[in-house]
Design a protein around this ligand. Structure first.
Ligand code: ADP
Ligand code: MG
Length: 293
């Protein structure tokens, strides 16, 4: 009866937008003890908006946006998209960026109009020996307590300003977290963003684990640690960054709106892009395995 029930469940799943790539994953999913979620684009919509531009130099806010957007035009990060979108909305024409390089989990650097432009985290600036003053740190904390991610812009080796970006939780994120918690499932939010931002954005979820400032290459190590503690881990993600973690996890789940790489790396793809389908998948797996065992 085993292969039959699995085939039926796989078919039922497909009609509900739950695409199970191979039946064996249903057994693992029915045993899952711990769900790990990427933050940006998974728990949140991934449509970032610039909510604040603040110059910390003589530079005008318009010039700050112009330089930052010119630097970010070659990056695929959702922060880059938000900055470039705003520039376009404001009719700012972008300048050419040369010697461009992007470092995952940190930011970008390049030359724009003969000026060195660096956009990213404060660690990214520090790695290039750019000093961040105490006043700037206070501003950063204020942003982050409100759930706003602080993007630093440095021009010619000096902090020129800050750009605040914000995202919205998916409409069914809370419902999903509540449903999983009610079943005694442990939850971890895994993010490259800062702790204060992760805490603020997910405050309503109550008692869960929150792992912040995890670099893209370290996300899968977090999954492995949980597995070593005996947890059966499901990972839900959407980004290129999440792909190694999706592969390492016992059950990799991707949203269809995610990157091609994450969809390829996952065992289950949710084609309706509804987060609540994560719980529907788990319940489908539970029911299927109950019939078999
Ligand atoms: P997340 O897990 O939130 O998607 P990432 O690991 O991609 O985060 O990035 C971590 C942090 O690095 C971001 O919150 C941002 O501050 C910074 N960062 C990464 N790429 C860029 C970029 N292209 N422009 C500006 N900041 C960036
Ligand atoms: Mg993401």
């Amino acid at each position: 009866a085993t292969p039959m029930s699995i085939a039926v469940a796989t078919g039922v799943g497909a009609t509900r937008g739950i695409l199970v790539k191979h039946g064996a994953v249903l057994e693992r999913l029915s045993d899952a003890t711990h769900f790990v979620f990427d933050k940006t684009g998974t728990l949140t919509e991934g449509k970032l908006r610039v909510v604040k531009i603040e110059s910390l130099s003589e530079m005008s806010e318009a010039r700050l946006l112009e330089l930052a957007a010119s630097a970010e035009q070659n990056s695929e990060h959702s922060i880059a998209t938000a900055i470039v979108c705003l520039a376009e909305q404001r009719g700012v024409s972008l300048m050419e960026a040369t010697s461009f390089s992007a470092t995952p989990g940190r930011g970008v650097s390049c030359l724009v109009a003969d000026q060195s432009v660096i956009v990213g985290t404060r660690e990214w600036l520090a790695m290039q020996n750019i000093e961040v003053s105490e006043t700037v740190t206070e501003k950063q904390s204020a942003f982050e307590k409100a759930g706003v991610t602080c993007v630093f812009v440095a021009v010619d080796g000096k902090v020129a300003g800050l750009i605040g970006v914000e995202d919205t939780l998916r409409h069914d994120a809370q419902q999903l977290i509540d449903a999983l918690k009610a079943q005694g499932i442990a939850i971890t939010v895994l993010s490259g963003d800062r702790q204060a931002v992760v805490d603020a954005v997910t405050a309503r979820f109550g008692n869960i684990e929150r792992r912040a400032q995890v670099l893209p290459q370290d996300k899968s190590a977090v999954i492995r640690q949980l597995q070593e503690q005996g947890e059966v881990v499901a990972m839900v993600g959407d980004g290129i960054n999440d792909s190694p973690a999706l592969i390492q996890s016992d059950i990799g789940i991707a949203l269809a709106s995610g990157t091609d790489v994450s969809i390829e790396s996952a065992d289950i793809v949710l084609s309706h892009n509804e987060l609540i389908q994560v719980d529907a998948s788990r319940r489908l797996a539970k029911r299927t395995l109950k019939t078999i065992r």
